[in-house]
Ligand binder design. Structure first.
Ligand SMILES: NS(=O)(=O)c1ccc(C(=O)NCCc2c[nH]cn2)cc1
Ligand SMILES: [Zn+2]
Length: 261
C-alpha cells in the first residue's frame, strides 16, 4: 500500500529511508555549514546565470512546495562558472519554509536557520535528459538562496506571491510567463559549494550545491503568503503547507569550499 512521503511524523524525513534507501547515504543534503570547517578555495570562479525570461512556463502547487517550471528543451536559461565544468540548464525553482519566521531553511549556517530557502535547479545537458542526469554525480546543480525576514518586502518576490492565490491547493497550476529569476538574486555572489543530494526523496546524490552567503530580504507578510498554501487538494480538509524542509544531514568529512575569504 503506497504511502507518499511527506514532512509529518509518520511519513517524514526519519522515515524516508524505508522506501528510499539513498536517504541514508553519505552525501546527503542539506548540511550545517560552519565557518570553522569551510575551506577557502581561491581557484573557485564566479558563477553566472544567463536566463531567458521567455523560458518561464507555469507555477504549480504540488502539495510539497510552490514550483515554477521553465522550458529546458535547449540551452535557453543556463547557469555556468563557479564549481561547474560547463553550462547547466534551468529546469525549475521552488521554496522551503517554516511555520514561523524563526525557521524554515534547509541549510543552516553557523547555527543560524533562515525563514526559508529558494532553490533553482539546473541539469547537465551532457546527459540525454533530466532523469538521466539525476543518476550522475555531476548531473545536477542547485543554486540555494536564503530568505531572511526583515521589515522590507522584496519587491521582486511580488510576482510569485501574487500567483499564490491561483495555486492554493495541491495540483493547482497556473501560467507563469515572462519571468527572469535572476531578479531574485542578492547583490553579492559569494558562495559555498559542496557535493550532496536532493533534499527530498529519492534523495539521489547527484547535486553540486552552490549556497549563496547573502540572504535575500523578505517581509513577514511575504512569508505568511507562502504559508497560506495548502498541501491538500481542493475538495479535502485544509492542511497548511508549512515546514517542508529536511533537517541537516551528516557531513561525513565532505569538503565545503568557500569562494570568499
Ligand atoms: N530541494 S531540492 O533538492 O532542490 C529538489 C529539487 C527537485 C526535486 C524534484 O523535482 N523531484 C521530483 C523529480 C525527481 C525525481 N528524482 C529527482 N527529481 C526535488 C528536490
Ligand atoms: Zn529544494
Amino acid at each position: 500500500n503506497y504511502y507518499p512521503w511527506g514532512y509529518d511524523s509518520d511519513n517524514g524525513p526519519d522515515q524516508w529511508h524505508k522506501n528510499y534507501p539513498i536517504a541514508k547515504g553519505r552525501h546527503q543534503s542539506p548540511i550545517e555549514i560552519n565557518n570553522k570547517e569551510v575551506h577557502y578555495d581561491r581557484s573557485l570562479l564566479p558563477w553566472f546565470a544567463s536566463y531567458d525570461p521567455g523560458a518561464a512556463k507555469t507555477i504549480l502547487n504540488n502539495g510539497k512546495t510552490c514550483r515554477v517550471m521553465f522550458d529546458d528543451s535547449f540551452d535557453r536559461s543556463v547557469l555556468r562558472g563557479g564549481p561547474l565544468p560547463g553550462v547547466y540548464r534551468l529546469r525549475q525553482l521552488h521554496f522551503h519554509w517554516g511555520s514561523s519566521d524563526d525557521h524554515g531553511s534547509e541549510h543552516v549556517v553557523n547555527g543560524v536557520r533562515y525563514a526559508g530557502e529558494l532553490h533553482l535547479l539546473h541539469w547537465n545537458p551532457n546527459y540525454s535528459n533530466y532523469l538521466d542526469a539525476v543518476r550522475r554525480t555531476d548531473g545536477i546543480a542547485v543554486l540555494a538562496i536564503f530568505l531572511q525576514v526583515r521589515k522590507t518586502p522584496k519587491p521582486e518576490m511580488k510576482r510569485i506571491l501574487e500567483e499564490i492565490n491561483a495555486i492554493k491547493t495541491k495540483g493547482k497550476e497556473a501560467p507563469f510567463p515572462n519571468f527572469d529569476p535572476s531578479i531574485l538574486f542578492p547583490k553579492c555572489h559569494d558562495y559555498w559549494t559542496y557535493h550532496g543530494s536532493f533534499t527530498t526523496p529519492p534523495c539521489e546524490e547527484c547535486i553540486t550545491w552552490i549556497v549563496l552567503r547573502e540572504p535575500i530580504m523578505v517581509s513577514s507578510d511575504q512569508m505568511a503568503k507562502l504559508r497560506s498554501l495548502s498541501k491538500n487538494a481542493e475538495n479535502e480538509p485544509e492542511l497548511p503547507l508549512v515546514d517542508n524542509w529536511r533537517p541537516t544531514q551528516p557531513r561525513h568529512y565532505r569538503m565545503v569550499s568557500a569562494s570568499f575569504l
